[in-house]
Write a protein that binds this ligand. Structure first.
Ligand SMILES: Cc1cc2nc3c(=O)[nH]c(=O)nc-3n(C[C@H](O)[C@H](O)[C@H](O)COP(=O)(O)OP(=O)(O)OC[C@H]3O[C@@H](n4cnc5c(N)ncnc54)[C@H](O)[C@@H]3O)c2cc1C
Ligand code: FES
Length: 248
């Protein structure tokens, strides 16, 4: 376990907080750490920078994590997982919800290696939007909100035709129904990598809780290409007891 001291905390949006650590973590975009809080539990978190994670409060663990203050210390195992494979001079990033966190780190790395970065962001409403300004510093950003309070009105899919397909590589992370729509639309148009979120107990290939169509998201992923994904993607997931349930 690596002890990490919280150096600073930044609110990005209501219920979205970035925790900055006292040191850089040797990681690549798309990898995750297993973060442990005494008496609360452990959960996987992607890195939004080499020295930070960005947390959306949805339950007890994320609430406890987002309540940490500068000077507090948290333990992490990892980094785990394969991460994104960086390639191409013209890259498209498509994200929604917490999926923007690993894409922020990816945009930074793509920009540093000289790629032209275009980002599509989908949110429910303007209040949920975060990292738009940071992503704009790496390239063009297109926004869609379901209620039309910012950018185009509708799901992120309403941007597909306008943004076009002139890209060497596309990367996607967000709610699985959104990723399924991206996969169905882009799979024959642009090479695609998708970061999957599955319930994870151990994060290191031991418990099987993150299994999808014979693969372990924590070890074989969390980044997959379309040809690796089977019928469970976009259709079902395992709950905390390991039971297969339809994707909500
Ligand atoms: C590879 C990987 C990377 C991840 N990276 C991040 C990250 O960078 N930032 C982050 O905030 N979370 C991330 N998560 C999710 C995180 O691990 C936890 O699942 C999440 O924080 C919820 O834990 P909890 O105990 O607070 O809530 P729980 O009690 O586990 O869940 C409360 C409710 O929220 C729903 N829920 C769980 N996760 C989410 C979510 N992300 N968005 C919307 N609803 C959700 C659950 O289905 C449940 O209904 C990642 C997960 C994986 C597998
Ligand atoms: S989380 Fe245990 S095997 Fe993937």
């Amino acid at each position: 376990m690596i002890p990490l001291e919280i150096k600073a905390v930044a609110d990005q949006a209501p219920s979205v907080t970035t925790l900055f650590f006292d040191k850089e973590i040797g990681t690549i975009p798309g990898q995750f750490g297993m973060f442990w809080l005494p008496d609360v539990g452990q959960r996987p978190m992607s890195f939004s920078r080499s020295d930070a994670i960005t947390v959306r409060v949805v339950g007890p663990f994320s609430q406890a994590l987002a309540s940490l203050e500068p000077g507090d210390v948290i333990s992490m195992e990892g980094p785990y997982g394969n991460g994104f494979s960086l390639s191409g001079g013209r890259v498209l990033l498509i994200g929604g919800g917490f999926g923007i966190a690993p894409l922020r780190f990816l945009a930074q790395r793509c920009h540093e290696r000289g790629a032209r970065v275009t980002t599509m962001l989908g949110f429910r409403c303007q209040d949920d939007l975060f990292f738009e300004e940071e992503m704009s510093s790496y390239g063009d950003v297109w926004v869609a909100t379901e209620d039309g309070s910012c950018g185009y009105e509708g799901l992120v899919s309403c941007l597909f035709e306008q943004v076009g397909y002139d890209f060497d590589q596309a990367y996607c992370c967000g709610p699985e129904p959104m990723m399924k729509a991206v996969l169905d639309h882009y799979r024959d148009r642009v090479p695609l990598q998708l970061l999957l979120e599955r319930y994870m107990k151990c994060g290191m290939g031991l418990c099987g809780s993150c299994e999808i169509d014979g693969m372990l998201v924590c070890k074989d992923g969390p980044v997959f290409t379309p040809d690796q994904l089977g019928p469970s993607f976009g259709a079902c997931k395992r709950d905390k007891t390991g039971r297969l349930i339809p994707l909500g």
